[in-house]
Design a protein around this ligand. Sequence first.
Ligand code: ZN
Length: 145
Amino acid sequence: MMTGRHGKPWLPATQPCFFREADQGLATVEEVDDARQPDGGHGVLYCRQCHAPVTSTQERLKVLGKHCHVFPNPEGMVFEIGCFGLAPGCGQQGPPVFQYSWFPPHAWSLALCQTCKTHLGWYYEAIGKSSFHGLILNRLVEEWT
Ligand SMILES: [Zn+2]
């Protein structure tokens, strides 16, 4: 397998821009300004599989300047993920992994639905930086309260 200059395998050329962004040291986490709805309500995001509450629209974050990101994994599956702070409906599984991270220097672990154990995305953490969830958007459904 070919490897990049950081020893990471190259991913398909159609994507991703994260190597460039990471090389520029832009792995920052910032809050989204418009996360809170003007009517005071907030959207709850539910597991599409079991309809358990997972997180809310108020937890939306921007990471590397964007809330939504599209990434291929090393197997070539493409995921559209949204970045969220807290996701009480998710449980982390496994130790943090640095390899293949879409948000270096953050390491990832799997984020599963606490209720039905569906794979909802990944939990990202890094020493000295904000942790966050990257959740697969088409595995969530949104309702407004
Ligand atoms: Zn579920």
